[in-house]
Design a protein. Structure first.
Lengths: 262, 32
């Protein structure tokens, strides 16, 4: 694989990660996952209550070849809860990955940087491949990288908000300095934002609501996949320099006037 | 989980429960 996404000792060909929440049905979710070409999909953990229906996402996802599940720690309010959720996720999914997310405030769902850092230290020590969902903070990104996280996952905007890349300037700093993959997670609404993320050097994007809440999730998943590939190719190709003034693409010979225009 | 502790899969068959133990079952669900 010449241009794979390397996370820990694993390499993936797709740079689009998919969340499985909010889909109208398991069938819609499976069709979107297939259309996206994603190899990493996130799942959540829930307490089982007898008599209360549970959507079975495991069986439909297990039918998709080559998929790696990434249990998240959503619902955790501090490091202790997140570590316990990660341990449960590993037992249930058999996956070394954990999407570490700790958001104590259900109103804005912004990640707690201090608890995230503390939990990441413990989980890295327990052998997890930790993918921390984090504020778009270059200092925190470096600290999480230094303690051994397999990637960093700064937010583009608040979860599910569809506000796009509101943290663009910080994302650029994180990407510039990072030596682990930068996966932009949360807030994206359109494939063009995914392409832009990749054009500035992002290594991958994680998308959920933008696909699940689209009128046609399967088609939107396909659109995001194409955008991620296009953005990645554009970054590899190297964007041309910007100029404040026009730079002619044709020779300014002034041949009609009989002389050079200069 | 038993009394808040994670029971590893390898211990599912051998874990011993006592009266008063608090058992919680956790399942995979859809999530982002």
């Amino acid at each position: 694989m010449t241009d794979g996404l390397k996370l820990g000792d694993r390499i993936f060909s797709s740079r689009l990660l998919l969340g499985t929440g909010k889909f109208s049905s398991a069938d819609a979710m499976v069709r979107a996952v297939r259309a996206s070409g994603a190899e990493l999909v996130t799942v959540a953990l829930r307490r089982f209550h007898p008599g209360r229906p549970v959507d079975d996402v495991l069986a439909p996802l297990a039918a998709i070849e080559g998929l790696t599940l990434v249990p998240n720690t959503s619902g955790a309010r501090d490091a202790g809860e997140a570590v316990r959720a990660a341990q449960l996720g590993r037992e249930l999914c058999g996956s070394p990955f954990v999407k570490l997310e700790i958001h104590p405030n259900p109103h804005h769902l912004l990640p707690d940087p201090i608890e995230t850092f503390e939990a990441a230290k413990i989980l890295v020590g327990e052998g997890f491949l930790v993918l921390p969902y984090m504020p778009a903070d270059p200092v925190l990104a470096r600290r999480l990288e230094d303690i051994g996280c397999a990637a960093v996952m700064p937010l583009g905007a608040a979860i599910g908000s569809g506000q796009g890349l509101t943290t663009m300037s910080m994302l650029k700093l994180i990407i510039r300095d990072a030596s682990v993959p930068v996966i932009v997670d949360a807030g994206l609404r359109s494939p063009s934002e995914a392409a832009l993320t990749m054009e500035i050097g992002g290594d991958a994007v994680l998308v959920n609501s933008a696909i699940a809440a689209a009128e046609n999730p399967e088609l939107m998943a396909s659109a995001f996949a194409a955008a991620v590939r296009a953005g990645r190719d554009a970054w590899k190709a190297g964007l041309m320099p910007q100029s404040d003034v026009a730079v002619a693409t044709s020779p300014l010979t002034g041949f009609l006037a009989g002389g050079d225009a200069g | 989980m038993v009394n808040g502790d994670v029971v590893r899969k390898s211990s599912f068959e051998t874990v011993r429960l006592s009266d008063g133990d608090h058992v919680e079952l956790i399942v995979i669900a859809a999530g982002g």
